[in-house]
Design a binder for this molecule. Structure first.
Ligand code: NDP
Ligand code: 2IT
Length: 448
């Protein structure tokens, strides 16, 4: 399976233990495939059994969330917090509210978060959480009651020095506000226990934009290093949520034309360039479907089914919706249509086969752990500001974020070179993220 015997042994055991967690196994497999040279070079990781320890979350908390809907009916959902690894800092990572949420998805996200957070250079461990609650079609009051109930259980497990959640799919400023209000009430403390807070309550400027902007900073450095740029490029972006919108905004600022965006129902194609103010109004204000875009912009076309967005020819593809949204067939179409670069704004949006297809065909490939780390990096800056009782200017946050993304890019390039696979950014990101955590675990003894 892997050339390295130790990795094969751990993975085989994991497959037997968690056959019902395909996304988690996929994320582990991707990391194991690339860290082999690091394991060969560092026998101490084998001696301290770092790998078998790192794949097992330090804590998995699962709980019931009961809440009352607007009709007075009691609803029940399942909630989780996966505290994956605290070797380099308090657990840190978002909360996802989506009907598809289950333990496998949250474990894959929490596992990847370990390495992503390490790459930022900031002191943050890995975690993730969420619920199978579907915010779509719910009233603000229902979302509030759900969030309050969710936090009533979660609050005993988190804290500004313990575990600091934030947003992810289905969790934006509205949800973070309700969660923060309930935490404050229960703990009787105003602390930076969540990031992604509103600016009026200790949030950081630029956090809303940070994942999308960060993705573009990373890809901009990558393209330029290879004699290309966003200027004049045609860009296709999946999703139309937080990450997608601000990826589109920065892409346009850098001179690109964003020609297609999507939601889970379908995609819009606007060869003249997507009008982002229309998307923002539809998605951030009215919470409507992207199909409505063509009412405001009749020259654009709407196609039902989100997967076919990858058939739109482009220079750069930025998957910013969800896991496994690009399979091998979609990757092959992108390659055939001349796509030169792919930057992952979402977490694990490309299947293992799709990643291989991009790399085999010389497509510049920015893997999620590195390319979308700008969101959590800015969360780290929000934590810093909260600890300082300070609020930085937008310029200071944005410049620091830009510096961090350039740094992550360099770390990936350097690690790929040092470990014998120059240009392999998947290997570079995984090894560079892994080494710091593994060293910390060795240094701290058998604590977890
Ligand atoms: P949002 O909830 O703001 O937006 C999600 C977007 O993706 C929506 O357009 C949604 O469409 C679409 N989408 C969600 N699920 C699916 C699905 N199963 N199939 C097709 N489309 C889907 O979330 P974010 O923008 O915050 O997150 C997007 C991705 O980026 C996720 O993978 C997340 O983990 C990752 N990420 C987010 C960060 C952040 O700071 N927010 C940081 C780093 C990564 P619809 O409205 O129809 O559901
Ligand atoms: O996947 C991610 O990195 C996020 N959802 C952001 C996490 C955070 O703590 O800001």
């Amino acid at each position: 399976m892997f050339t390295n015997e130790y990795l094969t042994k751990v993975y085989t055991k994991l497959e037997k233990q968690y056959p019902f967690e395909p996304e988690f196994l996929q994320a582990v497999k991707e990391v194991f495939t690339s860290i082999e040279p690091a394991i060969e070079k560092h026998p101490e990781y084998v001696k301290h059994n770092i790998i078998e320890r790192i794949v097992e979350p330090e804590r998995v908390i699962q709980f019931r969330i009961s809440w009352m809907d607007d009709n007075g009916n009691v609803q029940v959902n399942r909630g989780w917090r996966i505290q994956s690894n605290s070797a380099i800092g308090p657990y840190k990572g978002g909360l996802r509210l989506h009907p598809s949420v289950n333990q496998s998805i949250l474990k894959f996200l929490a596992f990847e978060q370990i390495f992503k957070n390490s790459l930022t250079g900031l002191p943050m461990g890995g975690g993730k959480g969420g619920s199978d609650f579907d915010p779509k079609g719910k009233s603000d009051a229902e979302v509030m009651r759900f969030c309050q109930s969710f936090m009533t259980e979660l609050f005993r497990h988190i804290g500004p020095e313990t575990d600091v959640p934030a947003g992810d799919i289905g969790v934006g400023a509205r949800e973070v506000g309700y969660l923060f209000g309930q935490y404050k009430r229960l703990a009787n403390e105003f602390t930076g226990v969540l990031t992604g807070k509103a600016i009026c309550s200790g949030g950081s400027l630029v956090r809303k934009q940070a994942t999308g902007y960060g993705l573009l900073y990373f890809m901009d450095a990558y393209l330029k290093d290879n004699g290309m740029s966003f200027d004049g490029a045609k860009v296709v972006i999946s999703g139309s949520g937080n990450v997608a919108i601000y990826a589109a905004e920065k892409a346009m600022e850098l001179g690109a034309t964003v020609i297609a965006m999507s939601d889970s129902n379908g995609y819009v194609h606007d060869p003249a360039g997507i009008q982002l103010d229309v998307i923002k109004q539809l998605k951030e204000v009215e919470r409507k479907r992207i199909s409505e875009y063509v009412k405001a912009v009749p020259t654009a076309t709407y196609t039902e089914g989100c997967k076919n967005i990858w058939t739109v020819p482009c220079d750069v593809a930025l998957p910013c919706a969800t896991q496994n949204e690009i399979d091998l067939a979609s990757a092959e179409i992108l390659v055939k249509n001349g796509c030169k670069a792919v930057g992952e704004g979402a977490n694990m949006p490309s299947t293992i086969e799709a990643c291989k297809c991009f790399q085999d065909n010389g497509v510049l490939f920015g893997p999620a752990k590195a390319a979308n780390a700008g969101g959590v990096a800015c969360s780290g800056l929000e934590m810093t500001q909260n600890h300082q009782n300070m609020a930085w200017s937008a310029k200071q946050v944005d410049e620091t974020l830009h510096g961090i993304m350039n740094d992550i890019y360099k770390k990936c390039v350097d690690a790929a070179e040092t470990y014998g696979k120059p240009g392999d950014m998947i290997l570079g990101a995984n090894i560079a993220g892994f080494i710091k955590v593994a060293d910390a675990m060795v240094w701290q003894g058998v604590s977890y």
